[in-house]
Design a protein around this ligand. Structure first.
Ligand code: ADE
Length: 226
């Protein structure tokens, strides 16, 4: 899978793309993350990427030119029509179902904005899918792009050490994850539930399932409403 990230701040992704599970997936060749700076597609001495909105109002708006040019540059170079994604709080809400869907694509192109927003013609002309990572406003699309990349890279076959890890976690089975424990058996008066030390796999499975249901019922009953 190839993921192109179009941003004014490629340096934000450098550590991200070389660390932990995403870093390992990149090293293993499961995903290629390519960073492109909108500023490299400007033609004025100030290398402008934003300007004041027509009609007035606060803040600055991302201009069409550098965004269109960088998208076309990437798609020409890769000779592929990518899945274009614009990160914006106005978008469709990102969730695990969408992560699974996007993890099946071969080429994603993520457009990260800054300032007050995008010139509307970026939406009209490039027709990106618009995705939000939640009902709050970030200063830019970069943290949202990292959320997306992280959630889908861990779904790529081979990205996790144990392929069952992705299945066991919160959401894939529609439930929150059951409580987990590791050594030591006792810590500050709190002990590991006896059942997890019993070695009875069927009983442990049943306990975990029951705990996952209980936790989901308590914390996210909306996930159980079908
Ligand atoms: N850019 C700013 N806020 C955002 C959000 N909540 N989701 C995606 N992109 C954003």
């Amino acid at each position: 899978m190839r993921i192109d990230v179009l941003t004014l701040f490629p340096e934000l992704f450098e550590r991200f793309a070389t660390t932990s599970i995403v870093g390992r997936a990149v090293s293993a060749g499961l995903v290629e993350i390519v960073l492109t700076n909108f500023r490299d597609f400007t033609h004025d001495p100030h290398r402008s990427v934003d300007d004041r909105p027509f009609g007035g109002g606060p803040g600055m708006v991302m201009m069409c030119g550098p965004v269109f040019e960088s998208v076309r540059h990437v798609e020409k170079e890769t000779r592929s029509e990518s899945t274009r994604i614009l990160l914006t709080p106005q978008g469709e809400r990102f969730d695990q179902r969408m992560a699974v869907e996007l993890a099946g694509r071969s080429h994603l192109l993520l457009i990260c904005g800054h300032y007050e927003g995008f010139d509307e013609r970026i939406r009209l002309g490039l027709r990106p899918r618009e995705i939000s990572v939640g009902d709050y406003v970030l200063s830019g699309g970069e943290p949202a792009a990292m959320v997306l990349i992280d959630a889908l890279v861990r779904l790529l076959p081979g990205a996790l050490g144990d392929p069952n890890s992705a299945l066991d976690e919160s959401f894939p089975g529609g439930l929150l994850e059951y409580p987990q424990y590791t050594r030591p058996r006792e810590f500050e008066g709190m002990s590991v539930p006896e059942i997890l030390l019993s070695g009875d796999h069927a009983k442990m499975e049943a306990w975990r399932r029951e705990q996952a249901l209980k936790r989901t019922h308590e914390r996210r009953p909306d996930l159980l409403d079908l």
